[in-house]
Design a protein around this ligand. Structure first.
Ligand code: AHR
Length: 505
């Protein structure tokens, strides 16, 4: 097998990584909140009803930010329903997921959960059925120190200190006809601009994310971004992207190759931002928030629950187990996000617990890590610092979707302070190990700390409550570094984390 080659030069840099690129998402959807992060009757429940076992697993991910409360849910959500004495909170019909919402968990509880999880909140406001007034009131409730209607309401509800939420989303997927209060690009752009102004008048330190397209295949993709940005460019800081992948027609080669499109998607949206900047003669650069991404399969039971079953509280939705091959795609998506760290400053895997998630629970019982948990944890732990402009030359394969898909995808991150470099690499090849040769210039004094590998003979292998360690990484990778020259053999269908550090003494 021909070797894949990489060159990493510490002088050739893409950008400093914004840690929020390792963000996640909790929506009031399925068992993400109720039965996921919150289950008062659970043996591990803390004083507020949060599952401690879940909190511990979440902390392993070192997730810096979690988007909340939706998703499609936010487009019908009245945040006032979810604050104040729990006994007085209304039960509502959530039209997004045809679910009964008890409002037991709302803004204050979620902010408290985030503190306990060691993460920040990325708060979305309702621009579907609500608008400027609700959004600016929520900023006041969360961030104003006191002495006004909503800040005093928060204090009366037991939160003397403001929640200090920095990152806010101006609605969710407003281009999608499935969205409550779905809008045209002009309608949304006008509303988002006016809402942004009012929110920043309440707290000028916040950062705002405007909605881009729901995914790249939307018929309005491109035009939506350009029109929305015409309205909001001056008032916002980020534009959102969403994308989910799944294996279709049992075509694993295409499934593993789809991140080529993700790269193109990011570059296209960045170009549209730059086009609007040029047109408006502005200096300010807009950044991207890839605030929903993952592999997502829907089960027939999901549609049955949402179409035919009676309205339920927290029914199980979108809980298909994640396989080894899904974990590789998650790894490839992380590599793609990192490679684009000059523009992508926020990214949220959707979601975190139970619903489309790397962590799964059984109500009243245990919790476990899905196969997709591991690439996310590795990237979040070791992918901090500067992304290098890695040169990759790899053997390729072709299929009916793509003319050429490199067997290797890889990215290198340099942590200058700690004098560490990490190479994240996926061998997409299904049958053979891939020899890797690396010219890691200026790392002459470095040594291999560990070469972690996620591999499995069965691409469909997955973890369960009974077998939580079916797909787990090992540290038996064979990477060697001699005078700045790296060599390794990457097993077929594997996620690799090669950690290098300056040798002591
Ligand atoms: O993450 C699940 C759903 O996917 C979100 O609610 C929505 O924004 C997207 O379509």
């Amino acid at each position: 097998m021909q070797a894949a080659k990489i060159i990493a030069d510490p002088e050739f840099r893409i950008a400093e990584i914004d840690p929020r690129i390792y963000g996640s998402f909790i929506e009031h959807l399925g068992r993400a909140v109720y039965g996921g992060i919150y289950e008062p009757g659970h043996p591990t429940a803390d004083d507020m009803g949060f599952r401690r076992d879940v909190l511990e697993i979440v902390r392993e991910l070192r997730t810096p930010i979690v988007r909340y409360p939706g998703g499609n849910f936010v487009s019908g959500y009245n945040w006032r329903d979810g604050v104040g004495p729990k006994a007085q909170r209304p039960r509502r019909l959530d039209l997004a997921w045809r679910t009964l919402e008890t409002n037991e968990v709302g803004t204050d509880e979620f902010c408290e959960w985030a503190r306990r999880a060691g993460t920040e909140v990325n708060m979305a406001v309702n621009l579907g059925t609500a608008g400027i007034d609700e959004a600016r009131s929520l900023v006041e409730y969360c961030n104003h120190p006191g002495g006004s209607l909503y800040s005093d309401m928060r204090i009366a509800n037991g939160y003397a200190e403001p929640h200090k939420i920095k990152t806010w989303c101006l609605g969710n997927e407003m281009d999608g006809p499935w969205q409550m209060g779905h809008k045209t690009a002009d309608e949304y752009g006008r509303l988002a601009a006016e809402t942004a102004l009012s929110m920043k008048w309440v707290d000028p330190t916040i950062e705002l994310v405007a909605c881009g397209s729901s995914h790249r295949q939307m018929p309005t993709f491109g035009q939506w971004e350009a029109t929305v940005l015409d309205h909001v460019y001056e008032y916002v800081d980020y534009l959102s992207l969403h994308q989910y992948y799944r294996k279709k027609d049992d075509d694993l080669g295409t499934f593993l190759g789809q991140t080529i499109q993700m790269d193109d998607f990011i570059r296209s949206v960045a170009s549209i931002c730059d086009y609007v900047r040029a047109k408006k003669h502005l200096k300010k650069q807009l950044y991207l928030s890839f605030d929903e991404w993952n592999v997502w399969y829907q089960n027939p039971s999901d549609h049955e629950i949402m179409k035919n079953q009676p309205w339920q509280i927290a029914p199980p939705l979108f809980e298909k187990p994640y396989t080894h091959e899904d974990a590789l795609v998650v790894g490839l998506m992380l590599i793609t996000l990192l490679r684009n760290a000059d523009r992508v400053k926020i990214a949220c895997i959707a979601q975190l617990v139970n619903t489309i998630a790397p962590i799964t629970t059984v109500t009243g019982s245990g919790a476990w890590r899905q196969a997709t948990f591991y690439p996310l944890m590795h990237a979040s732990r070791y992918g901090r610092g500067m992304v290098l402009n890695l040169q990759v030359r790899s053997p390729e394969y072709a299929n009916k979707t793509f003319d050429s898909i490199p067997l290797l995808d890889a990215v290198a991150v340099l942590d200058e302070e700690r004098e560490e470099m990490t190479v994240f690499a996926v061998n997409r090849g299904q049958d053979n190990p891939l020899p890797l040769e690396g010219d890691l210039r200026a790392t002459g004094g470095y040594r291999v700390v560990e070469h972690t590998v996620l591999e499995h003979a069965d691409p469909l292998a997955h973890n369960t409550l009974e077998r939580p360690n079916e797909v787990v990484p090992h540290n038996r990778g064979d990477a060697r570094l001699e005078q700045g020259q790296l060599s390794a053999s990457l097993p077929p269908m594997s996620w690799n984390v090669i950690r290098l550090a300056k040798a002591q003494g």
